[in-house]
Design a protein around this ligand. Structure first.
Ligand code: HSE
Length: 304
């Protein structure tokens, strides 16, 4: 049987004030392949790239790619096809760039090539949201662009908005591990009403500013009261990095997903200086980091 290959984009969830609903796809990809084997009774794996040694040690039965493949066959009411999976991780894992969502979406897309009636993107998003628990990484991983997603009991409402072509992203990944579980545990149970209201206005301003290409608004629209103030404490020198981004011409900067990656929104002319300045803050404090200059992915997960 032929091998199927897919690429799935990294995603930057929350986009500042859009906690658990806004997410952006970026042009950095994890690559997954699947070779079905009619004699196989389980999935076997080969891992390369970031975190390969750790993934090799995990119980293969807990791997999200295989679980996602099973979900598609179950939904399509067809017998599961097992075989060999390869995972090439180019997106740093556990850093707030949606790496685990790529495994889910990758598995869904691989299996969707094999079922006789492929599921729609909407159906895949419902499964992905159920597996991930929130839709703001999986929606842009499936659709590309900026997604505004609301998970309901058995469906997900999702709108897809193109990102202005002039908008670039300076993405700095420090050698600081923050698990999403821990980053969610530091969030408060209540926030002051005024702060919640401000978040609604910032999130609305963020989305409409991208639609109308009023990117200067992002300096305010990226400000958040729901998670950034609490999670900043988990990322050393976070405020210094944000200040460096703004000082070198970024529209604004925020935490990507649950961190530790920090992302600045900037135009083409400034993005390199912004990225260098952000990385330098970590380097000066002795924290290894990787710097990426990215643009929005416009296609979402695709076969390659
Ligand atoms: N919205 C999620 C969070 C994204 O910030 O916890 C991380 O998966």
């Amino acid at each position: 049987m032929n091998t199927i290959r897919v690429q799935v984009p990294a995603t930057s969830a929350n986009c500042g004030p859009g906690f658990d609903c806004l997410g952006l796809a970026l042009n950095l990809y994890n690559i997954f392949s699947f070779t079905p084997n009619s004699d196989a009774k389980e999935f076997t794996y080969t891992f390369t790239g970031y975190g390969a040694e750790l993934l090799e040690q995990e119980d293969p039965k807990t791997n999200l790619i295989g679980i996602a493949i099973e979900q598609v066959f179950a939904k399509a009411q067809e017998p599961i096809q097992y075989g060999h999976i390869t995972s090439d991780t180019l997106i740093p894992p556990s850093r707030g760039l949606g790496s685990s969502s790529t495994a889910i979406v990758g598995g869904l897309l691989l299996a969707n090539q094999l079922v006789s009636t492929p599921l729609s993107k909407e159906e895949l998003l419902v499964i992905a949201n159920r597996m991930e628990g929130h839709p703001d990484n999986v929606a842009p991983a499936i659709y590309g662009n900026l997604c505004c997603a609301t998970g309901l009991k058995d469906r997900v409402l999702n709108t897809v908005i193109p990102v202005p072509e002039t908008l670039c992203f300076a993405v700095v990944v420090p050698e600081v591990l923050v698990s999403t579980e821990y980053a969610r545990s530091v969030l408060p149970n209540h926030v002051p009403f005024k702060e919640a209201v401000q978040n609604v206005s910032h999130a609305s301003l963020f989305v409409t500013s991208l639609i109308t290409n009023q990117l200067d608004n992002l300096s305010i629209a990226l400000e958040d009261n729901l998670h950034v103030p609490y999670r900043k404490t988990l990322i050393p020198y976070c405020d210094e990095v944000f200040a460096a981004a703004k000082a070198t011409g970024a529209y604004g900067a925020t935490i990507s997903g649950s961190g530790s990656t920090l992302i600045a929104y900037a135009d083409k002319e400034h993005v390199k200086n912004v990225a260098d300045a952000m990385g330098q803050v970590f380097s000066l404090h002795g924290i290894d980091n990787k710097v990426y200059i990215l643009v929005a992915d416009t296609k979402g997960a695709t076969t390659i």
